[in-house]
Design a protein around this ligand. Structure first.
Ligand code: SF4
Length: 610
């Protein structure tokens, strides 16, 4: 037995039929799982030019070979589709329990295709796959949907669903399972366009592995190592909230829609402050860290608000980015975003964009449904979140994402839209951490905070501000992230704690595929995934011109940002040349024939007009 089930569930919503098919073994060996296998299927099955919100787009939910085993922090799930924000390939990674239970039900992944005539949900149990009407579910928020489905199918039912934002086609809608989101790139919007409200699973483990004794020993070693790991314990105590104060100090934490790098009273939204209102930890299947910080507001106008968060990205998006240091409002807004089913990063970035347009007089109260948008004002932020999630008034425009909203507003608004390829920038100031800026520019899914982390640069071991010798490190960071997303392991390094060789050993013991025993082989898989995703985009018309950063990053010196004050990105072209060179792409950012052949992707050569 292998830890792969080897089975894929294909659901066609147009004809309400499903069937199970085998996953080719060579695909598992070449693409591993998660984001890798999903990219392979999407490339194969999507014709170029498909409308992301039309019936011909597909949504893939894919697990990895270690998922649902006893190894730690490896049971997450990749969500892949063509993005309604960017028109490029999309990826998001969702935690929680859903993926593990999908494997217990016998599937490594699901491909959803077609479009239902009316709101629908899918229930998977021991009797099969049932495609059902979503009467009584459509219109509910994500928490209510979980409650309702558990009333119908039992308390242990695992659910992945969308909220009103996905139903209303807000372009950055999420898929959520309990409080764990597949947040970025609009994967929930695609689910909404297919009129699929939820997938519910009832199943039970355990899952077999190829070499149980060896696997048990390796998993035990992993757990023993993690028990005393300081990095893991810090994640358990604070989640990613611990990043805020350190990053603000060195100018990485963007403020007021990337206008500056210092936030007055930032301590009010620091990790220690959030720790005061922590209730408990929560998190993903098979994780001893449980980085999720469940927090509850007990006083003031947001009393009663509870969320598993906010995490670093959300503290920035709805906090620092708006000069908002009211921590209670952040808990309330985080919870509201989850219930409505919208990505906190894109929503906060879009609201920051609107605040700056208001500051500059490009929009006025006439445009904002009478709301005055002032930096630091969290009550206006809450109203906008609600309007965006429900697609009301001015919120409808912001729910299109900053790129489209700027195009509609005109009057120079595009200069203040902080996105790459249409995906909103996350909580990293590119001018203060330039390798990370290069990741955001080159990412095949747009400005995603989890497309590659140049860790030495972020930790300060390498010079953050130089604009030379970054290409190789960035290429390696993106390769490494692609491999992680294929395994599919948690991206927070300290919580998995294994070395590349230990990870390889676990994979061999789980799958019986000896090839996985060589870490260099896994690196090659990461490079192959990256190259295939880029090929997908090239087929859609993307090239070097799209690997860029907002004008502000290249023309305006960063203000008030500690050691990064005055920084600007002057040599983006040099950085891009280095990056393409490191990956064997042409000067136009297109994989070369030689590279495609090296990676066993020669079948894509014809598609790229090389
Ligand atoms: S550390 Fe957090 S995100 Fe990572 S697997 Fe554990 S609970 Fe999930």
């Amino acid at each position: 037995m292998r830890s792969y089930t080897g089975k894929l569930l294909r659901i066609n919503l147009s004809n309400r039929k499903s069937h199970i098919e085998d996953i080719p073994e060579q695909w598992m060996k070449n693409f591993l799982g998660g984001r890798g296998l999903a990219a392979r299927y999407l490339y194969d099955e999507l014709k170029p030019g498909v409308e992301p919100l039309g019936p011909d787009n597909k949504l893939l939910l894919m697990m990895g070979p270690l998922g649902a085993t006893t190894a730690m922090s490896v049971s997450r799930m990749a969500l892949v589709t063509k993005s309604p924000l960017t028109g490029a390939i999309a990826k998001s990674v969702m935690g929680g329990n859903f993926g593990a239970y999908l494997k217990f039900a016998g599937f490594d992944g699901i491909i959803v295709e077609g479009e239902a005539e009316k709101p629908t949900y899918v229930h998977i149990d021991k009797d099969g796959v049932h495609i059902l009407d979503a009467d009584g579910l459509w219109g509910l928020d994500t928490q209510e949907t979980h409650v309702k489905l558990r009333q119908r199918h039992g308390k242990s039912t695992q659910v992945a669903c969308i909220g009103p934002a996905g139903e209303g086609l807000v372009r950055y809608a999420i898929i959520i399972s309990d409080r764990r989101c597949g947040g970025r790139t609009g994967v929930g919007t695609v689910m909404g366009a297919k009129k699929l409200k939820a997938i519910a699973v009832n199943s039970a483990g355990p899952l077999s592995v190829y070499d149980p004794e060896r696997f048990k020993k390796l998993a035990r070693e992993q757990i023993e190592g993690l028990k005393t790991s300081p990095g893991r314990i810090r994640m358990s105590d604070f989640g990613t909230a611990y990043l805020t104060l350190g990053y603000e100090k060195v100018g990485i934490f963007p403020v007021k829609n990337f206008q500056e790098g210092h936030l007055e009273d930032v301590e009010k939204i620091g990790d220690e402050e959030f720790a005061k209102i922590k209730v408990k930890n929560d998190g993903c299947y098979g994780c001893m860290t449980k980085c999720g910080q469940v927090r509850q507001v007990t006083e003031g106008s947001y009393a009663g608000a509870v969320s598993e968060g906010p995490d670093y990205e959300t503290i920035w998006a709805l906090g620092g980015n708006l000069a908002n240091t009211d921590k209670a409002s952040l808990v309330a807004a985080d919870s509201l975003c989850d219930r409505l089913g919208i990505d906190t990063v894109s929503v906060g970035n879009s609201i920051g964009f609107a605040y700056e347009l208001f500051q500059r007089g490009i929009i006025t109260k006439k445009d904002t449904d009478g709301l005055e948008l002032k930096w630091g004002d969290h009550s206006a932020m809450m109203k906008l979140v609600e309007k965006i999630g429900n697609r009301e008034g001015f919120g409808k425009l912001l729910g299109e994402g900053t790129k489209r909203a700027a195009e509609q507003i005109g009057k120079g608004a595009e200069d203040y839209a902080m996105h790459v390829k249409g995906l909103e920038l996350p909580a990293y100031e590119p001018r203060a951490v330039k390798g990370y800026g290069l990741v955001l520019a080159t990412s095949n899914v747009g400005a995603h905070h989890m497309y590659g982390r140049p860790r030495d640069e972020l930790s300060g071991k390498k010079d953050r501000l130089t604009e030379e010798d970054k290409g190789k490190d960035v290429a390696q960071a993106e390769i490494s992230q692609a491999t992680q997303d294929a395994v599919i392991q948690c991206s927070f390094g300290p919580v998995t704690g294994f070395t590349p060789q230990q990870r390889s050993d676990l994979l061999v013991a789980a799958t019986g595929f000896d090839e996985f025993g060589d870490p260099a082989y896994l690196d090659k898989i990461g490079e192959r995934i990256l190259c295939l995703e880029r090929s997908f985009n090239v087929r859609e018309g993307f090239s070097r011109k799209d690997d860029t950063l907002p004008k502000r990053m290249q023309t305006e010196p960063l203000k008030n940002a500690g050691p990064a004050t005055g920084q600007v990105i002057r040599k983006l072209d040099t950085l891009l040349d280095e990056y393409y060179d490191a990956l064997g792409y042409t000067s136009q950012g297109i994989p070369s024939i030689k590279k495609l052949r090296q990676l066993g992707l020669e079948w894509a050569v014809e598609d790229l007009n090389l």
